[in-house]
Design a protein around this ligand. Structure first.
Ligand code: NAG
Ligand code: NAG
Ligand code: NAG
Ligand code: NAG
Length: 653
């Protein structure tokens, strides 16, 4: 009996060990040296890509991640979006599209690593840079500087994320996929505006992150003076000229822009794959060992998550996987080939530092050679002319703005300007209006579209909880972003002898911080104006018609995504801060300090008209639409008749 008792614990331990290995949950030791991230003592050449979990749906995640893996990625990078996880202070939400742990586990299931960029400031063209709005209302708070209330909140949320990940065993040190984590974000671009307290804050953030003891390295991107042991990394279109701030740190590129984001009214961004491939190959040529595509799948800014002003709802980014989750060719395929070529060079890349030689004007060779292991990159950085060069006694032709990759220092397996992969992409089809069924609905083989219906939105104040106050109020302070909309309403009484009148006409001038303005006089639209992505300011002026007696002035101000970038972006206001003036030939009436009534949000929002699952009686289904009513909601239902799998097949044509 005594013998059995001694043997049992050993058997149990052996079984446990087996279980751990079977589950793939073997702890990995992630460190770094001057060449690379080092995983379990081995330097690694890694290709990473950004996929932000809330910009798609959980049922899309496995497919997106598989396409990333098939495209040659080793790492999936995501930001963590504070505002969606803590919509109300202290009330956390990690469900559905916000299930960060499930996303990280999905990446692990595909056998890839994760770079978790906690921020918690993330920029990301995300509403308010990812900060929850309640943060703005904490007494005495100043964002992103040496301010105790801010630091306390930032530390609490960062620790919450780290604890959630640790609780699920997701750090590499625990056998999970997370090999890297980021604190703050591109602070070095703007920290000079915060002076010495900004520097103190940056050092505090680094120390706070390290103290959370994740067992994996931390990075700060675009932060040249990131303190040890944090790795400072590069973001940009090109990062080949970047060097880290210490000879003990590897050269890492955390944002290589695969394209660019879309703003309302702006051009749809496009970055040719030849240029992107050139930038990537140059980075590995010049000693880089980790680069991340921002974005690999951009996705969609769902709900009200778009940053601003005027960031579009599509976050496609011209990425290798398009907004809908389909591979974009030839971008995806060519980059996969580039990754394969770079991986063939990995033994040489991790063995030594590159040595550079000039092969003529604008032509550079980099050679990684130790004993018989050798890899070379030949770059023609001339944007105009092709070059023919001699390297190791052989002739090579290099197209303009291209890199040739030679994993054995002899044979070119890939040139970044020459696309060998499939070039046909998916085809998007518009719904054809010719396919109208007898019941009036509109049909294609794949889709059915219901009739349109409409609902009237009243002009001006309709809610009981409207607030009346003297003077004009800034919008974000007033709405706390509970809605995009704020009504400003006042009235004036016209006797007929007012100096600002001339006959029946008078000019109304409205100055707003943005982003969109609509002006109503006595319930009728008098005009509208909007800012743009580069400046949201509005200065509107027009003759208006007033009537004897009482005149109602209703101004509707709307935000289109709150600012997400720049020093003090959190203090950039919105809405009608004035002046608002009526003027005529003989005088003016300043309405800026008049009594105004404020209503946050529209009635249709309170009725959840935007929610297809709620059938509001407000909706009128009709063939004729109201004419000359200024504010109307419209609705149509698109009814897919196919499963998502069949849909994918149809899209691929
Ligand atoms: C992790 O690896 C580093 C060097 O690569 C080594 O110094 C350290 O002791 C290792 N830590 C553990 C826990 O194995
Ligand atoms: C309106 O303007 C005209 C000149 O354009 C002027 O003669 C007239 O007196 C003005 N009327 C009022 C009420 O100010
Ligand atoms: C919002 O209110 C705060 C506190 O009253 C004030 O300091 C700030 O200037 C206001 N912001 C804007 C944009 O007006
Ligand atoms: C936002 C930003 O810094 N963009 C720059 C990135 O790099 C490219 C190429 O060097 C510049 O043209 C952009 O202005």
């Amino acid at each position: 009996m005594a013998g059995t008792a001694r043997i049992l614990p050993a058997a149990a331990a052996a079984l446990l060990l087996l279980l751990c290995i079977a589950g793939g949950a073997r702890a990995a030791n992630v460190t770094y040296d001057h060449r690379a991230l080092v995983i379990d003592g081995v330097r690694r050449v890694l290709v990473s890509g950004s996929i932000h979990y809330p910009r798609s749906t959980p049922d899309m995640w496995p497919g997106l991640i598989q396409k990333a893996k098939d495209g040659g990625l080793d790492v999936i990078e995501t930001y963590v979006f504070w505002d969606i996880h803590e919509p109300v202070r202290g009330q956390y939400d990690f469900e559905g599209r916000k299930d960060l742990a499930a996303f990280v586990k999905t990446v692990a299931d595909a056998g890839l690593y994760v770079h978790l960029r906690i921020g918690p400031y993330v920029c990301a063209e995300w509403n308010y840079g990812g900060f929850p709005l309640w943060l703005h209302f904490i007494p005495g708070i100043k964002f992103r500087t040496d301010n105790e209330p801010f630091k306390a909140e930032m530390q609490r949320f960062t620790a919450k994320v780290v604890d959630t990940m640790k609780g699920a065993g997701l750090y590499a040190s625990q056998g999970g996929p997370i090999i890297l984590s980021q604190i703050e974000n591109e602070y070095g671009n703007i920290d000079s505006a915060y002076g010495a307290p900004g520097k103190a804050y940056m050092r505090w953030a680094a120390g706070m992150a390290v103290s959370l003891d994740t067992g994996v390295p931390w990075v700060m991107c675009q932060q040249a003076d990131a303190p040890d042991p944090l790795i400072n990394t590069c973001n940009g279109f090109y990062c080949d000229q970047f060097t880290p701030n210490s000879a003990a740190k590897p050269k890492m590129w955390t944002e290589n822009w695969s394209g660019w984001f879309l703003s309302f009214g702006g051009a749809v961004p496009y970055r040719p794959v030849e240029d992107l491939a050139f930038a990537v190959a140059r980075f590995y040529q010049r000693g880089g060992t980790f680069q991340n595509y921002y974005m690999y799948h951009g996705g969609t800014n769902l709900d009200r998550s778009s940053g601003g002003p005027f960031i579009a709802t599509s976050y496609d980014y011209d990425a290798p996987i398009d907004e809908y989750g389909l591979v974009r060719q030839p971008k995806w395929g060519h980059l996969r080939d580039v990754h394969k070529a770079i991986k063939l060079c990995e033994p040489a890349l991790i063995a030594t530092d590159p040595s550079y030689t000039s092969l003529g004007p604008n032509v550079e060779a980099a050679v990684y050679k130790v004993g018989s292991v050798c890899a070379a990159f030949l770059a023609n950085i001339d944007g105009q002319s092709d070059k023919t060069v001699t390297f190791n006694g052989k002739m090579y032709r290099l197209p303009a703005w291209s890199v040739s990759i030679l994993p054995d220092c002899k044979n070119v397996v890939l040139n970044t300007a020459q696309i060998n992969s499939q070039t046909t992409g998916s085809e998007m089809r518009y719904l054809e209006s010719s396919n109208v069924a007898s019941d009036g609905s509109f049909v294609t083989p794949e889709l059915a579209v219901s009739d349109w219906s409409y609902a009237i939105e009243p002009v001006g104040i309709t809610k009981d909880n409207a607030l009346t106050k003297a003077g004009l109020m800034e919008q974000i302070n007033t709405t706390a972003d509970a809605s995009d909309f704020l009504w400003y309403s006042t009235s004036i009484t016209v006797k007929g002898d007012e100096p600002y009148l001339n006959g029946s006409q008078s000019n109304l001038a409205v100055n707003s911080l943005g982003h969109v303005l609509q002006v109503y006089i006595n319930g009728k639209i008098a005009g509208s104006a909007q800012g743009s992505a580069s400046s949201s300011l509005i200065s509107w002026q027009k003759p208006i018609e007033l009537v004897p007696g009482k005149n109602k002035i209703d101004l509707l101000s709307a935000t289109v995504g709150l600012s997400n970038y720049g020093a003090f972006f959190d203090l950039v206001g919105a809405g009608i801060t004035g002046p608002v003036k009526l003027s005529g030939l003989n005088g003016a009436l300043d309405l800026s300090s008049a009594e105004w009534t404020y209503q946050i949000g529209l009635r249709g929002e309170d009725l959840h008209l935007y929610d297809p699952s709620e059938a509001s009686p407000e909706w009128v289904s009709a063939n004729a639409y109201p004419i000359n009513h200024p504010l109307i909601w419209y609705k149509v239902m698109i009814l897919s008749r196919l499963t998502s799998r069949e849909w994918g097949k149809v899209k691929h044509g």
